[in-house]
Structure formats: structure tokens, C-alpha cells
Ligand binder design. Structure first.
Ligand SMILES: C[S@@+](CC[C@H](N)C(=O)[O-])C[C@H]1O[C@@H](n2cnc3c(N)ncnc32)[C@H](O)[C@@H]1O
Length: 359
């Protein structure tokens, strides 16, 4: 097969011809040939090939196509073969997306990288591009990456009211979403701006960084500056109360004097964000618990209750493995001893709670 043959290979046409045939053996022979031809299509680094379907070019995963053809080859009856063929025709020619993301449900098998289980275990953090682990207390980029893909469409707006070093906005740039980030600490805002500027901006999206207290800022007027009335997704990664002290600012949540005060300040931010979140859209919070005075303090569940009290629908509780920090690693033996002696378990997880605002 040379280049011009590849350019003339119309997958939808070929598959439709097979759907019209009633000769199972013939169909399978043609499919085997098709499979061989597809092997010759050059794929990009993520395994995507460009192929003609119904006279227009579609991008499709080579692995997905091969898997689908293999499945058809394994069928025993003509009826089943036709069923799978028709499904594949749809996959290569029709896009079926939901209201809150761009995932094509006709090709759902292609999305190998999207996690649908509630236990997230990441062996290492993504440190590609502008991502770096330099800011103590930042989250791993895979968290915003997963959530943005599930809960937003290209060109929509994401709000991160606890921006830190800018991880969410870097992911927004990669995925073609506009992202607004707010942080109370001027130094951290400058760090975020530097980090974000290092990331390419292929989709020409906006990534404003705003220095403010997220519990007090007037978000309506802030987003108006960008010509929008609402955002489509909110991702919150607050301080886990006082586990890490982020600044000396008394409005910084990490300086809350008690758990009640922490929850009150957190709720002020939550209510502020909810005002500008579109109805029916999603808001997620990443939070861990705390151990203090010989007691496990379930910060995560306290925070969850603040969402439920405001009528949000809980859509998922995700448990994510917790990176061992260098400090914890050095003290590993000591912590193990303490746990055995003190009757508790050492933190190895944090939560991602995902809620939906009523329609
Ligand atoms: C856990 S960190 C977020 C880290 C971020 N996800 C990242 O990847 O870099 C929490 C951030 O919240 C900020 N913060 C604390 N209180 C705040 C408030 N009232 N308004 C805005 N930001 C606040 C802190 O300065 C800190 O950078």
C-alpha cells in the first residue's frame, strides 16, 4: 500500500460494504485485509492515525481500531458480526458527546488514560513541560488533568480558588480550557504566573492569575472582565487546615485557629465559587485528613458536609494514594513505631470529592 492508496482508503465506505454482505467468510477475509492495510498507517506518538471516513479526515486510535476489528473477527454468527460492524461504522463517523465534556462515547474504548475507578494510584507525578514539584503542598498534575477531561469541554472556563503554583492552569493550557486562578499569597501568584508562562499555549486560551482572598473577592465582576457570566468547573485544593502553613496572612486558611474557623473560611470560598458555577456543572475538592493530639481529625468528611449542606449532589468519592514526602520518608521508621504503639494508621491517602450543582 503506497501513500495514495492510504489516502484513498475510506474506512466508513469499506465497513458499510461489509455490512451489506451476508457472506461471513468473505466479510472476515476482507476484514483481515483491512487490518493489514491499517497497520501501514503512520501513527503519532499517542497512537493516533488520520484516516478518511465518509470523505473527511478523522483522527482515531490505531489500537482501538485494531481491537474492534479483532473483536469482529472472533464472532461466530453473521448477526453478531453485523452488529459489531454497524457499531464500528458509527464509531468512525458519528460523534456522541455528553453535556459536560468532549469525550466521544461512540469511541469510549479509546480513552485508556481516563480513570473511571474510585481508587487512584499514581506511581509518579507528571513532571513534563512546565510542571515541577517545587511548591510544597502542590498536587500532582494528573488530578486536574483527569478532572478537566471529565468535566469540561474545550474553550470552557475552569476556576481554581486555591491556585498555588499554577498546576491547574498549566493543565488547562494543555487541554485547551480557559482557567482562572486565585491565591492569597503575592509571591505564590508570581510563581504561578512564571510556571504558567513556561507552558506552551497551543489553543490560545486565557490563564489569568488573581491575587485575592477567594472568600471575599467579587467573582462576578472579576469574570466579567473576560466576557463571561459563569464558569463550567471549579477545582478546589485548599490547605489541609494547618498541616502546611502557607503564609502569615490571617485570611490564609492554613492560619485558622480551630477546625470550626477553618470550615467557616472554607465555606466562604465555596459559596463564592458556587455563585458563578453554571447549573448542572461540577465542583471538586482535593483534601486530606489530619492527625493531632492522638486523634484522627476527619477534615475531608467535615468539608464534604459543607457541600452537602448547600444542596450539592455528591457524585463520587475518590481515594488517591498519598505521595511520601521526603520528610516522611526520612522518618518512616519512627512513624511506623508510633503507629504500632499509638493504635493508628499512617496516612497514605487523600480524597477527591466530586459534586454536581443542581440543574
Ligand atoms: C494546597 S495549596 C494549593 C496547591 C496547588 N493545587 C498547586 O498545585 O500548586 C493551597 C493554596 O491556597 C492558598 N490560600 C489559602 N487561603 C486562601 C484564601 N483565603 N484565598 C485564596 N488562596 C488561599 C495558599 O496560599 C496555597 O497556595
Amino acid at each position: 500500500m503506497n501513500n495514495s492508496d492510504l489516502n484513498n482508503f475510506d474506512i466508513k465506505l469499506r465497513l458499510k460494504n461489509l455490512v451489506e454482505s451476508n457472506n461471513l467468510q468473505q466479510i472476515k477475509n476482507d476484514l483481515k485485509q483491512m487490518r493489514e492495510s491499517l497497520k501501514k498507517f503512520p501513527a503519532d506518538e499517542s497512537g493516533i492515525i488520520e484516516i478518511i471516513s465518509n470523505d473527511s479526515v478523522v483522527e482515531i486510535s490505531k489500537k482501538f481500531l485494531d481491537g474492534e476489528i479483532q473483536q469482529i473477527l472472533e464472532t461466530k454468527t453473521l448477526e453478531r458480526t453485523h452488529y459489531y460492524l454497524k457499531r464500528l461504522v458509527k464509531s468512525v463517523s458519528e460523534k456522541r458527546t455528553g453535556k459536560v465534556n468532549d469525550l466521544n462515547l461512540n469511541r469510549w474504548k479509546e480513552y485508556d488514560g481516563i480513570i473511571t475507578d474510585s481508587l487512584w494510584i499514581f506511581k509518579k507525578r507528571d513532571s513534563s513541560g512546565a510542571h515541577n514539584a517545587g511548591y510544597w503542598g502542590n498536587f500532582i498534575p494528573q488530578i486536574p488533568n483527569q478532572l478537566i477531561q471529565r468535566y469540561t469541554k474545550k474553550g470552557e472556563w475552569v476556576l481554581d480558588p486555591f491556585l498555588g503554583s499554577g498546576t491547574t492552569l498549566i493543565e488547562c493550557r494543555r487541554l485547551g480550557r480557559n482557567g482562572m486562578g486565585i491565591d492569597i499569597n503575592p509571591k505564590v501568584c508570581r510563581l504561578a504566573e512564571r510556571n504558567i508562562a513556561e507552558e506552551k499555549n497551543p489553543f490560545k486560551i486565557s490563564s489569568p492569575v488573581i491575587l485575592a482572598d477567594s472568600g471575599k473577592i467579587n467573582l462576578h465582576s472579576e469574570i466579567k472582565n473576560f466576557g463571561i457570566q459563569k464558569v463550567q468547573f471549579v477545582l478546589m485544593h485548599p490547605p489541609y487546615w494547618d498541616i502546611i502553613k502557607f503564609s502569615d496572612d490571617e485570611s490564609d486558611l492554613s492560619n485558622s485557629g480551630s477546625v470550626e474557623e477553618f470550615l467557616k473560611s472554607f465555606s466562604a470560598v465555596l459559596e463564592n465559587c458556587l455563585k458563578i458555577l453554571d447549573k448542572g456543572r461540577f465542583i471538586a475538592v482535593v483534601i486530606g485528613d489530619k492527625y493531632s493530639g492522638g486523634e484522627w481529625i476527619p477534615l475531608g468528611f467535615y468539608v464534604m458536609k459543607e457541600f452537602l449542606n448547600r444542596g450539592l449532589k455528591l457524585k463520587s468519592t475518590v481515594v488517591k494514594n498519598f505521595d511520601e514526602t521526603t520528610a516522611k520518608r526520612q522518618q518512616k521508621e519512627l512513624w511506623r513505631y508510633r503507629a504500632l504503639a499509638g493504635g493508628f494508621y499512617i496516612f497514605k491517602h487523600e480524597y477527591i470529592f466530586i459534586f454536581q450543582k443542581n440543574k
